[in-house]
Design a protein around this ligand. Structure first.
Ligand SMILES: NC(=O)c1ccc[n+]([C@@H]2O[C@H](COP(=O)([O-])OP(=O)(O)OC[C@H]3O[C@@H](n4cnc5c(N)ncnc54)[C@H](OP(=O)(O)O)[C@@H]3O)[C@@H](O)[C@H]2O)c1
Length: 270
């Protein structure tokens, strides 16, 4: 067993970007605490990483839409001697107009994206500040910058994470703790495989707009050295967000994105 004192806790580690963070951090020698609902996935990832990299891997089955489970993870963090990295990655999307959607699922999204991330940050920070060392990565999205009908809770919760991370980093100047709001665009993971996206067709989105989870994670970890609080991986994603933030261009681009999104909905309905 390698004895690196660095420990990372990753939520949503059972697939996609979270599992990729786990693989890349294990390669660097981090001890890991992996969190998600699917126990079998966590267990097989833990076996894989222990065998490949001889690192310590702990798993914790938690539903982060549930406050009691969030509190259990908080307590776990409180008992850790040394948490060097927290990756608030767990997340999911829904499609459909807010007025027609199951409100419980929308509240679950607020719990998973916002309440869990905020509470776990709050639990991790005192130890990180005391040790003058720590990293927090909050998984936002390019969707944080684009309020698209049909995905409004997703847009709003991700926008919250961007603002929260920026303001938190400003408070944490000279504490040795770095915060990154990671804002990927379309990424090949299981995100679009749920029943919510059953009619979503990946091939309707041009290939250059997609990135691999491996690329997103390696770029995010490299960007930590440059202390970018809001980090958008990929040149095309950065251009898209810059255009959305430009008052001259954004109304036109927004109309285009809204029309494309509506077409996607219409093609689903047909
Ligand atoms: N893929 C994209 O295009 C894209 C783009 C921008 C941002 N993102 C963000 O990236 C993050 C990771 O998503 P991904 O693309 O890697 O998708 P993914 O493969 O579907 O992974 C999502 C992870 O979140 C976990 N999760 C979902 N609901 C949970 C809950 N209630 N409690 C605990 N864990 C939960 C899932 O684990 P269990 O199901 O086992 O609980 C899974 O490990 C999300 O925050 C997503 O919003 C994704």
């Amino acid at each position: 067993m390698r004895t690196n004192s660095d420990t990372a806790l990753i939520t949503g580690a059972s697939s996609g970007i979270g599992a990729t963070f786990a693989r890349q951090l294990a390669e660097k020698g981090y001890s890991l605490i992996l969190i998600a609902r699917r126990q079998d996935r966590l267990a097989s990832l833990a076996d894989e990483l222990q065998q490949a990299h001889s690192v310590r891997v702990e798993t914790l089955v938690s539903d982060l839409a549930n406050l009691n489970d969030i509190k259990t993870v908080e307590k776990h963090i409180g008992r850790l001697e040394h948490l060097s990295m927290l990756v608030n990655n767990a997340g999911f999307g829904t499609t459909g107009n807010f007025a027609e959607l199951d409100v419980a699922k929308q509240i679950d999204m607020i719990n998973v994206h916002i309440i869990a991330s905020v509470r776990l940050c709050r639990a991790a920070l005192p130890g990180m500040i005391a040790r003058h060392q720590g990293t927090i990565i909050n998984l936002a999205s390019t969707a944080a910058f684009v309020p698209i009908p049909g995905h409004i809770m997703y847009n709003a919760t991700k926008a919250y994470l961007v603002f929260f991370s920026e303001a938190l980093q400003a408070e944490l100047v000279r504490t040795g703790v770095n915060v990154q709001a990671l804002c990927p665009g379309f990424t090949y993971t299981e995100f679009h495989d749920t029943s919510e996206f059953k009619n979503f067709n990946r091939f309707r989105i041009p290939k250059p707009l997609w990135m691999s989870a491996e690329d997103v994670v390696s770029k995010s970890l490299k960007a930590l050295k440059r202390n970018h609080t809001v980090y958008i991986p990929g040149f095309i994603n950065r251009c898209y967000v810059a255009a959305m933030r430009n008052r001259m261009i954004s109304p036109l681009l927004f109309r285009f994105v809204k029309r494309k999104s509506r077409e996607l909905h219409e093609s689903r309905a047909n």
